[in-house]
Design a protein around this ligand. Sequence first.
Ligand code: AHR
Length: 625
Amino acid sequence: INLTVSSSGGNASSPLMYGLMFEDINNAGDGGVYAELIKNRAFQSSPAFPATLIPWEGVGSTVISLNNASVPLSSALPVSLHVTGNSSTLGISNPGYWGIDVRPQTYTGSFYVLGDYHGFFTASLVSDISNKTLATTKIHSKSVSGAWAQHNYTLIPTAAASNSNNSLVITFNSLGLGAAGSLDFNLISLFPPTYNDRPNGMRPDLMKAMKNLNPSFLRIPGGNNLEGLNPPYRWVWNQTIGPLKDRPGYQGTWNYEQTNGLGVVEFLNWCVDLGVEPVWAIWSGLWLSKQVVSKADLAPYVQDAMNELEFIMGDTSTTYGALRASLGYPEPWILKYIEVGNEDNVNSGQSTYQSYRLSMFYDAIKAVYPDMIIMSSTSNVEYAASAEDYHQYTRPDQFATEFGFFDNYPVSHPTLVGEYATIQYNDGNLAHGANWTSPKAPLPFWIGSVAEAIFTLGIERNQDKIIGASYAPMMQNMNSFEWTPDMIQFAADTSLTTYSTSYHVIQLLSNTRTTTVLPVKSDTAFNSTDVGMAYWVTGSNAESYIAKFAIYNTTGGADVPFSISFPTTSTTASLTYLTADDPYASNAFGGANVVQTTTVDLTAGGNGTFVFSLPQWSVAVLKTS
Ligand code: AHR
């Protein structure tokens, strides 16, 4: 294949080409990137997920129960952990979200107590296997009858535990109890060091995994998790702000009660810390149960979304901007992209979205924020100059045919590919997309990741029409998940965090961004019969000319020979290509990386062309020096 890259005539690349999508699915938030170590720290509940003691246990013969104390910690957190018993040492223990990662670093904790107690509490990290104490501290009791008292503590293990089977244990001496003979505990919390040392912050290994992808946007807070299972439960922004004791939690969409510890402020700090543009989704009046807010009843929800946006963007003279300032954030954040809802075409949402829901939110937002890019959450609705969010979950063979999918999309109505992934193996028929009743692949696998690269290179060459793309879901907690495959796997033990085959492809493509997409002449068509499914896109940035390639099925499995010339006098270039021995190989959790990265230095021949071959099922980037 002989390629000649033009010096002009292309389009500007989108500054948001590769990004991230997050929602709390697969315990990716609670028990995941939200660094809180204590599971069920505040006994939050909803009809779908009633209050539970799990995974709390009493120490020794300590008796524990759930209690609606006459003095609740707060109206948001009315249920507490009642602790009593006959022995001298009483206490509670919590094994974390499937373990606690213990290393020689400072852990910061807090718990609230109701009841009369004179003496000390002892907080410790203890191995569940050996019962060895890994770190311990004494906390002077401030506990009194009839009022909640907060106790802060730090734990500093001197060595790493041999595994993550560890618990937080808090004990006290029953001889110091008042006449009631019991105490109530609530909001029992413990954090390891967080990314950028943010209080109530994020798990560093997972934030670094994201940072290494060089992302440009973060689409938050969902996904189906935004929508809610059924009325009146939905992701409510103002239940996610302020002190943790004022956050009631949320009947999450994905089979678990959510703490709302990750809220509006945490999401926006997350964007700041990664240096990415928020793509902020607001609730649009549709629940997953297919119930929809009627036109007559929608106005308060529109106003609620406007209050949310004022909280984020309003100056301190506004009601909600002042509320934000009172929480320690006088400077507003800036949103440029807002999505109205999520997948409003499913769950019978299309007709109401089209007839009034999208327009009511759109008009209200535009009136206050005229420059806002407002995305519809479905491809089948166009409203004024809004953009849209398109999702594609399919099989490798179908992705491999979608290089030209966006070629005829309108420039005037840009699209974000807010979710995409290869979710199933091929079934031998190119025309077959995903079948939602069949099992999904457990992990991303190599040809699926190559096929995704064909799809995203198709996006790269249409960056005048496409804003960018994000794989979804982003993270999978290996101890509890609802959805496979996912881009990053993790558990409590931070040393096990695993980057999938798709992660490696996105990392290569995202770290070799162009600023201009350049036209390229070719003597061979994409997917020609003599070569097979080979695709490419070319462009440049301030330092280099760049060509990217994705090679899927080739004719006879042969390598694909290329020669390429760039409009430059530079005679050296670096070629990096990713391959795997087995097209169906995946990166097993905690295992070796099956993706092989090869980098070779190339020198242009006398005619200024670079000559090389790429193997079947590979993704490659060639960059001039
Ligand atoms: O990414 C998982 C789910 O897929 C999202 O919540 C939803 O938007 C889509 O259907």
